[in-house]
Design a protein around this ligand. Structure first.
Ligand code: NDP
Length: 318
């Protein structure tokens, strides 16, 4: 594993981190969940990413990971970076979503109980709340850190301008914003185009990119149809109708380039994400341990030359 410095902080994160958004719900198979996490840790993935609402039902991924921590990683807490978030709908009534101090702190307390932890390493505001003063949401992150319930503060899905403002507020409070977590992959390049990378890196933050494989679209998963059990057949966030003919055509062309580089499509997609300067870590998901092995293999050949990057851009442009 390669470990990268997170922005201007002292924290090193693995170039590949594992997220538990999918496959860790109450309906999941605990033996498989444990095997995925153990494989990740054995390969040097020290960072596990959660949120209050991961499941289904919401909260169950934190529950599952709490159990795994207890069974498999009890002796390794100080070798792990565990994050959670609050921002999306978690419970009914006026205090169960967005960015109020009430929600942010109540949710963190709930997450710690589910995880069976005294503190998380990174606590995120999961999304920008246009109706709550940013000072209040950032104040809640600062409080989480000062009270010892989190070691670092982060933001996710924040647009460029709010990113800069959040950084200024947190700096004044004495809790610098560690990291931004946007979605970024070959098919979804908004953070690069809309200035989020620039705002984050100029503010001293690291960047961890979620869905680097576009939920599996940038792998060999859908090259020959839509297999039963794949995310497009079971997930609510990736629909079968997103696997279009033009998309598959592009991914086949990208896959040919990956093969010429001696790697899999998933490995080249991860290498592409990591080739963008402010990126600290690519935050993958996995439904089985073999996918983790595949992802980590990306680091054997993570450098993309200018000519290869140009070919990728051309293929993506169609
Ligand atoms: P990816 O883009 O890495 O997609 C993961 C999925 O791709 C897997 O579940 C699997 O799907 C498929 N896959 C993975 N590796 C391979 C491989 N080697 N070969 C073939 N298929 C593969 O990431 P996710 O969309 O899962 O997101 C990752 C994490 O990012 C989340 O768990 C979460 O922590 C974070 N996240 C944060 C958000 C935020 O708002 N901050 C929003 C979304 C995610 P299959 O089931 O078909 O096998």
């Amino acid at each position: 594993m390669l470990y990268n410095r997170t922005g201007k902080s002292g924290l090193l994160l693995p170039a590949i981190s594992l997220g538990l958004w999918h496959n860790f719900g109450a309906d999941g198979d605990m033996a498989n969940q444990r095997a995925i996490c153990r494989k990740a840790f054995d390969l040097g993935i020290t960072h596990f990413d959660l949120a209050n609402n991961y499941g289904p039902p919401p909260g169950s991924a934190e529950h599952a990971f709490g159990e795994i921590l207890h069974k498999d990683f009890a002796a390794h807490r100080d070798e792990l970076i565990i994050s959670t978030k609050a921002g999306y709908h978690m419970w009914d009534g006026p205090y169960g979503e967005w960015g109020s101090r009430k929600y942010m702190i109540a949710s963190l307390n709930q997450s710690l109980k589910r995880l069976g932890l005294d503190y998380v390493d990174i606590y995120y505001s999961h999304r920008f709340d246009p109706n709550t003063p940013l000072e209040e949401t950032m104040g809640a992150l600062d409080f989480a850190v000062r009270s010892g319930k989190a070691l670092y503060a982060g933001i996710s899905n924040y647009p460029a301008q709010a990113t800069r403002k959040a950084a200024v507020i947190l700096k004044k409070l004495g809790t610098p914003c560690l990291i931004h977590q946007p979605r970024f992959n070959m098919l979804q390049q908004e953070p690069l185009k809309e200035g989020v990378f620039k705002s984050a890196s100029e503010s001293g933050m690291g960047v961890i990119c979620f869905s680097p494989l576009a939920q599996g679209m940038l792998t060999n998963r859908y090259l020959n149809g839509i297999p039963e059990g794949s995310r497009a057949t079971v997930g609510h966030f990736l629909k079968k109708d997103q696997i279009t003919e033009p998309l598959v055509k592009k991914v086949k062309a990208l896959n040919a380039l990956a093969e010429a580089r001696g790697q899999t499509m998933a490995q080249m997609a991860i290498a592409w994400v990591l080739s963008h300067k402010p990126v600290t870590s690519a935050l993958i998901g996995a439904s089985r341990p073999a996918q983790i092995e595949d992802a980590v293999g990306a680091l054997r050949n993570a450098k993309l030359g200018k000519a290869e990057l140009a070919v990728i851009t051309k293929i993506l442009a169609g």
